[in-house]
Write a protein that binds this ligand. Structure first.
Ligand SMILES: *Cc1c(COP(=O)(O)O)cnc(C)c1O
Length: 409
């Protein structure tokens, strides 16, 4: 049965030869041998099958795709596409060396956080800020930094014991960080007195977590951050998506800072529209505690994300920043784009509702226009199936994407 398999060298030559071809041939043959030994039926022509698989192995695994789903922060498609200025910043810093941790005036060691701290301070009104690897890391670090050994208790409302996704659950985060979770209130209603009763000499912090990916309606009550901050205990406010300006009903970062939160945590690649990153902004003391915590080193942001983050934050200094995610949220008239797309694909223009996605603004539906087609697969294009038809939503398409789809169909 295994005799039908070509040799590594023979297969490598068929796909062009060279080191990568040998690696691809070996990987394809090894995998095929395991399949056949596992009882898979032999193919009519093993060499042709293996050639196709080895060629596929040589293709980049992480590729550009066109997001025609209309879901703006599609987690599986990489959340926020970067603004041009952010892409250029990444390319510049990737090309050579940079002043990541060097003060160029003195030659002394600098801090990578300095590249974004001033901007975050200007944009949020906080005293200090740092950036880490992602939003989950920011929450982890905040809990670790403020929950000291002698004050391990982290107080959380029962209405905010949330799962963010990918198994990231607030109670487990607190436990992992060596904290002791103190639950207060009920699923639907928590009052200031509930918190007051729970606070004692072992309280490290109060943690608020925004219910980003779901909403409670009806007989519901939670305590505003300003009121929590009067209790004399540091408040960590995990606002999730990081709205710097007013954005539908998302809690603005500035509001939590002004309310007195010790640390406000949010993501870089949700409504900020930047790279994967986690931001912590707050009081000088709390940010210093986060910076000097041993976990900060393990959770640190890399230079490419930092370059994209700095450029994205700079764009936010403009009240109407030219950032793809924010443009998609603003664009109400997608009709002209839908008409171009319909002409290119032979589809029909139909009304559609787009979603924000990424566990953000779960109830918001953005009205617009899309194109419905008979179901089919367009290589490298992800759409959605609705009522048995393929729907392409131009909200998440650039003009170049529409031209590309036109070429593909
Ligand atoms: C999304 C989210 C996080 C996690 O942020 P990531 O950047 O996805 O790691 C944490 N908390 C809340 C409330 C969120 O919405």
């Amino acid at each position: 049965m295994l005799r039908g398999l070509p040799s590594v060298d023979a297969l490598a030559i068929r796909i062009g030869g060279g080191g990568a071809a040998v690696a691809a041939a070996r990987a394809a043959i090894d995998a095929r041998r395991a399949e056949l030994l596992g009882g898979a039926p032999a193919a009519a022509d093993e060499t042709t099958l293996l050639e196709a698989r080895a060629r596929a192995w040589l293709e980049p695994s992480l590729r550009r795709v066109i997001n025609a789903t209309g879901v703006i922060l599609h987690t599986n498609l990489g959340r926020a596409p970067l603004a041009a200025a952010a892409r250029e910043a990444v390319a510049r810093i990737a090309e050579g060396y940079g002043n990541l941790e060097m003060d160029m005036a003195t030659g002394a060691r600098g801090s990578r956080h300095d590249h974004v701290e001033r901007l975050l301070v200007a944009l949020t009104g906080a005293e200090a800020a740092i950036a880490v690897n992602n939003g989950a890391a920011a929450v982890l670090l905040a809990v670790a930094a403020l929950g000291a050994a002698d004050r391990p208790e982290i107080v959380v409302s029962r209405g905010q014991l949330i799962e963010i996704g990918g198994g990231f659950r607030i109670p487990e985060v607190v436990a992992q960080m060596g904290g002791r979770l103190v639950e207060v209130g009920t699923t639907n209603r928590t009052r200031l007195t509930d918190y007051e009763r729970a606070i004692g000499e072992h309280t490290g912090a109060i943690l608020r977590a925004h219910t980003s990916n779901f909403r409670q309606l009806g007989f519901v009550e939670e305590v505003p951050v300003e009121a929590l901050c009067t209790l004399g205990v540091p408040v960590i406010d995990d606002v999730g998506s990081g709205a710097l300006g007013p954005l539908h009903d998302e809690p603005p970062v500035r509001g939590s800072v002004a309310g007195g939160a010790a640390l406000v945590c949010f993501s870089g690649d949700k409504l900020l529209g930047g790279p994967q990153a986690g931001l912590l902004v707050g009081t000088a003391d709390a940010v210093a505690a986060a910076r000097s915590h041993p976990l900060a080193r393990a959770l640190r942001i890399d230079k490419l994300s930092l370059a994209a983050l700095e450029a994205t934050l700079r764009l936010h200094l403009d009240p109407e920043p030219d950032i793809p995610v924010l443009r998609m949220l603003r664009d109400t008239d997608t009709r002209a784009a839908a008409e171009r797309l319909a002409e290119a694909t032979g589809g029909e223009v139909v009304p559609v509702k787009s979603k924000v996605g990424g566990g953000t603004l779960p109830l918001l539906e953005l009205d617009g226009w899309g194109v419905a087609l008979a179901p089919r697969s367009i290589p490298g294009v992800v759409g959605r199936i609705e009522a048995g038809r393929l729907l392409l939503d131009p909200r998440t398409l650039s003009d170049a994407d529409i031209e590309q789809i036109a070429r593909l169909v």
